[in-house]
Structures are given as structure tokens and as C-alpha cells.
Design a protein around this ligand. Structure first.
Ligand SMILES: Cc1ncc(COP(=O)(O)O)c(C=O)c1O
Length: 392
């Protein structure tokens, strides 16, 4: 497939391997294992002498199709799919790092990522230093001789802070470390971290790539040698958090509409963000597409639009935030994001509820903060729904 095709075309025409039936919609291969023609072929497949499928924990044609489509969209040499976004992050760490290695990570990360780095990796003597998402000097100062990985999300969850990928790629190169970017909020439609110097991109495919809140999935993308020889694929194949064929098929088909969905999510989100800024009971709105966003200029260089997530702080703390949530009739009270249906979350007591108060304070996750993942409904209806619980 030609590299110069537009993303909406790539999303429809890559990863297609038709069976003998010449089906138009991609087939789903629900099988745990694959049959060999002879003992010699089985041995050749296992030794790697002959390419081909063996067992679906290793590879599966539907998963391969999903990987090819996402790789085409991200402009990546290779992609390995995982059972969730968290297992994509775990695969990077387990594939590339050893006990005694050091990670530098943004303080503004999804709560489970913070928990993985602090509560779990610590036990395996992999230490993490958390730094400001936006202050490059802090990243530079945190580099140690054993630093192997720099990890960030941009825009971050939930405050939509923007990290400078190119500048941090330079820091990583100087430190002889890998830069890993969680591109979940933007998707390759809005931002391509590999082009900006990241070594690896990870995705929670659970979010916009599926786009309708149906399945969990994840992916790691980057150079083939880093993914295949660097140990990431080896970890997944051995330890098992690979993507199921069913979930891969749902995500493969979900990606077909990614471009038009992202365009609509962004158009609706900016409208909601501007409207929230005008509400008396809202003290702050965090949205990279607003000129009031502290990294608005950087976001304009790095992303093609602001994304679908709008975070805002209401006056009156948790009580006021919960009032907004409990008065909605349309927007779903759920922790997921990237769904066609809008979702509303109180990060301090849900997605970030398990990290310490100290870490929440440092990350700026206040009790009055709400995150709306703006869906595909009419923005007018969404505004009316949010207005029900906002004090005028
Ligand atoms: C930015 C970000 N990264 C990673 C994850 C983890 O993804 P998953 O739930 O698919 O494991 C999430 C989940 O909300 C997320 O928001």
C-alpha cells in the first residue's frame, strides 16, 4: 500500500488479506492454533525457519491485520497488539528493561500507569522519577546513568498538559534512553509521535481506535528491531497479554471510521470547551485547542486539533463536581473515554483515586475537576446536559 495515501484511505485499505472466499469485509479468524502439513513444517515454523502462524498467543491473521492498519496510520515500521493499553505499557518495560534500570515519567499520567510504575515495578527494582510534563529541564536533571526509558502522555490524562515530544526525544537520545509516548488521546489522526522523534508509541485501543466502547485492546508501535528483537514481542508471546482475534477484529473495523470520528469529536469538544469557559461556576477549562491553554502554541505545532477530551474545574470542590455528574441525563457516568457516547468522570475519586493524595496534588488533580470525553451527540444537547448540574 502506498505511503502517500491519506489516513482515511489507509484506515480502509490496509491490513487486508482476503481468504479463498474473497470476502469484502475482513474475516475474523477465531482459532487458538494453526494446522501444519507435516512434522517437518511444524518444526520449521517453531524454529522460525518458515514464517507462518503457529498459535494465537504468538500471531493470528486478524491480529496481524489490525497491527498492519494501525502501523500504516502511525507511520510505524511495526506494531504489536496487546490485550489492553496497560499491557502495552507493561510490555515496553518488561521487553526493554531489567532490574536496576531507571524510568523518568511525566507526573501527569493515567492513574494505573502511575500505579504500575510506583507500586509494581518498584518491587522488581525498577525505579521511576516523576517530573513535570512540561518542564524539559526537570527531565534533563532527572537523567541517571541507569536511565533507560522516558515515558509520557500528551495530552495528559486528565489535565491535557502538552509535553514537547521533539525536545524530550533529544533528552532521551543524549541519555541513551528510549522515549515512549502514549498517543491515546490524539490517535495518529491528530499526532504522530514517531515523526517527532519518539522511539515507541503505545495505545489503549480501548479508546478511540475501537471508538464505540466495546472491547479492550492495546498496541506498541515503532521500529521493527526494537519491537521484535528488543524483547517486546518476545515478552508478549511468552507471558501472554496478546490481543484476542475477536477484539482485534472489532478494533480493525473501528479504525475504518477513526478519521471522521476524530474530526467530529474535536469539533464538538472545542464548542463545549468555549461554552464551559463562559460558565460562572467553572473556574478553569483545560483544552489544548483553547488559546487560554498554557501550551496552546506547542499543541498547535504538535497536533492537528485539540482532541476530544475537555477537563474543567468547578467552584465548590467535590460536592459541586458530583452535582454536575449526578444531574446529567444523557452523558454516561463512566470511566472510559473515546466512545461515540459522551462520558463524564470525576478523576479524583475514580481513574486517579488509587494514587496517593500527595501524587494527586502534585499532578493538579483537584476535587473539583471533571473530565468530559466529548462524544458524537449534538453539542447543543451535551451543553444542556452539563448545564443541569452547574450552578448559574
Ligand atoms: C491515556 C491512557 N493510557 C492508557 C490507558 C490504559 O488503557 P486500558 O484501559 O486499555 O488498559 C488509559 C485508560 O484509560 C488511558 O486513558
Amino acid at each position: 500500500m502506498s505511503d502517500d495515501l491519506e489516513p482515511e484511505t489507509l484506515a480502509l485499505h490496509t491490513g487486508i488479506h482476503r481468504s479463498q472466499f474473497n470476502e469484502h469485509s475482513e474475516a475474523m479468524y477465531l482459532t487458538s492454533s494453526f494446522v501444519f502439513e507435516s512434522a517437518a513444517q511444524a518444526a520449521a515454523r517453531f524454529s522460525g525457519e518458515e514464517p507462518g502462524n503457529i498459535y494465537s498467543r504468538f500471531t493470528n491473521p486478524t491480529v496481524t491485520a489490525m497491527q498492519e492498519r494501525l502501523a500504516a496510520l502511525e507511520g510505524a515500521e511495526a506494531c504489536v497488539a496487546t490485550s489492553s493499553g496497560m499491557s502495552a505499557i507493561l510490555a515496553c518495560v518488561m521487553g526493554l528493561l531489567s532490574a536496576g534500570d531507571h524510568i523518568i515519567a511525566s507526573r501527569s499520567l493515567f492513574g494505573a500507569t502511575v500505579s504500575l510504575f510506583t507500586n509494581i515495578l518498584n518491587r522488581f527494582n525498577i525505579q521511576t522519577t516523576f517530573v513535570s510534563a512540561t518542564d524539559i529541564d526537570e527531565w534533563r536533571a532527572a537523567v541517571k546513568v541507569n536511565t533507560k526509558l522516558l515515558f509520557l502522555e500528551t495530552p495528559s490524562n486528565p489535565l491535557t498538559e502538552i509535553s514537547d515530544i521533539s525536545a524530550l526525544s533529544a533528552v532521551a537520545k543524549q541519555a541513551n534512553a528510549w522515549l515512549v509516548v502514549d498517543n491515546c488521546f490524539c490517535t495518529p489522526i491528530l499526532q504522530k509521535p514517531l515523526e517527532l522523534g519518539a522511539d515507541l508509541v503505545i495505545h489503549s485501543a480501548t479508546k478511540y481506535l475501537d471508538g464505540q466502547g466495546r472491547v479492550l485492546g492495546g498496541a506498541v508501535l515503532g521500529k521493527r528491531d526494537l519491537l521484535m528483537d528488543g524483547g517486546i514481542f518476545g515478552f508478549l508471546r511468552t507471558a501472554g497479554p496478546t490481543l484476542s482475534a475477536f477484539n482485534a477484529w472489532v478494533i480493525l473495523k473501528g479504525m475504518e471510521t477513526l478519521k471522521i470520528r476524530m474530526d467530529t469529536h474535536c469539533a464538538h469538544a472545542i464548542e463545549i470547551a468555549r461554552w464551559l469557559e463562559a460558565q460562572k461556576s467553572v473556574s478553569r477549562v483545560f483544552y489544548p485547542g483553547l488559546s487560554s491553554h498554557p501550551q496552546y502554541e506547542l499543541a498547535k505545532c504538535q497536533q492537528t486539533a485539540g482532541g476530544g477530551i475537555v477537563t474543567f474545574e468547578v467552584k465548590g470542590g467535590k460536592e459541586a463536581a458530583w452535582r454536575v455528574i449526578d444531574n446529567t441525563k444523557l452523558i454516561s457516568i463512566t470511566a472510559n473515554l473515546g466512545d461515540a457516547k459522551s462520558t463524564l468522570t470525576h478523576p479524583a475519586t475514580t481513574t486517579h483515586g488509587r494514587i496517593s493524595q500527595e501524587a494527586r496534588d502534585a499532578a493538579g488533580i483537584t476535587d473539583g475537576l471533571l473530565r468530559v470525553a466529548v462524544g458524537l451527540e449534538s453539542p447543543q444537547d451535551l451543553k444542556a446536559d452539563l448545564a443541569r448540574g452547574l450552578l448559574s
